[in-house]
Ligand binder design. Structure first.
Ligand code: HEM
Length: 229
């Protein structure tokens, strides 16, 4: 039933029109969500699946920071506390832990799909390149996160990982020292990896996803190739 005898609108419709005139909600909806797409298949959901997983990693990660303490004498105990004392802490940490692996797999499959439909070609080169950076930073995210529990596996995996960086010709030793924050893995390494994990990499991921999706919306997606018979 209409609330306004003048416009014949309900209160909700009136509120929407008020917002729409000022913020252009309908235009955003039409451009982003109601745009025309070619007939696709399930493989085209992998990009959105990557985004949902990345968002879940963000949310569960933010929840973990409430109890996680990034210092060598507290990190291990704080993870134990999250797993055994915090309500649903095991679930949040489990989602973050397994979500990281799943994200890498799904992003990789999304890349394969984009490759097989030829979506790297003109005019989508920048979409492909920002995607490449995204794959790389998702891997760095996993590598930096692996050290944070500060257990034996974390310590030795980082020891090996940073030593591999150290084997790069010419700049290797410098790279290794920058990654470790010194000769050995210690408090500085943990602080450095934590900073990378919660600030530097997420900011790069957000920026890259922004450009990536802007281009997907601007250019539109590739139609699946047709069988030539
Ligand atoms: C966190 C990582 C990523 C997210 C969140 C993401 C998200 C998306 C989304 C939502 C789409 C549109 C729907 C679709 O076609 O699936 C898309 C398309 C695309 N993505 Fe990604 N993507 C990621 C990583 C990558 C990677 C690693 C590559 C390749 C190196 C890549 C290359 C492309 C290309 C070329 C398209 C256009 C596809 C087409 O026109 O059919 N993306 N991406």
């Amino acid at each position: 039933m209409a609330d306004s005898p003048v416009t014949g609108e309900t209160k909700l419709e009136g509120l929407y029109r008020w917002l729409d005139e000022r913020a252009g909600l309908t235009t955003i909806w039409k451009t982003v969500f109601a745009r025309a797409v070619p007939k696709t298949n399930w493989f085209y959901t992998l990009g959105s699946a990557s985004m949902v997983l990345a968002m879940l990693q963000g949310i569960t990660g933010m929840l973990l920071t409430i109890y996680y303490v990034p210092s060598p004498d507290k990190a291990y105990d704080s993870i134990n506390f999250i797993m055994n004392q915090v309500a649903f802490g095991w679930l949040i940490r489990g989602m973050h832990h397994w979500g990281a692996t799943l994200l890498v797999i799904v992003v990789f499959l999304h890349m394969l799909k984009s490759y097989f439909v030829g979506a790297y070609k003109y005019p989508r080169e920048i979409t492909w390149l920002t995607g490449g950076v995204l794959l790389l930073v998702v891997l760095v995210m996993g590598f930096s996160g692996y050290l944070l529990p500060w257990n034996q596996k974390a310590y030795w995996a980082t020891s090996v990982g940073t030593a591999i960086a150290g084997a790069v010709p010419v700049i290797g030793p410098l790279l290794e020292r920058i990654l470790r924050g010194g000769q050995e893995i210690g408090a500085v390494t943990l602080a450095r990896f934590y900073g990378l994990h919660i600030w530097w990499i997420p900011i790069i991921v957000l920026g890259m996803i922004g450009v990536h999706l802007y281009l997907v919306i601007r250019i539109g997606i590739t139609a699946p190739p047709e069988r030539d018979e």
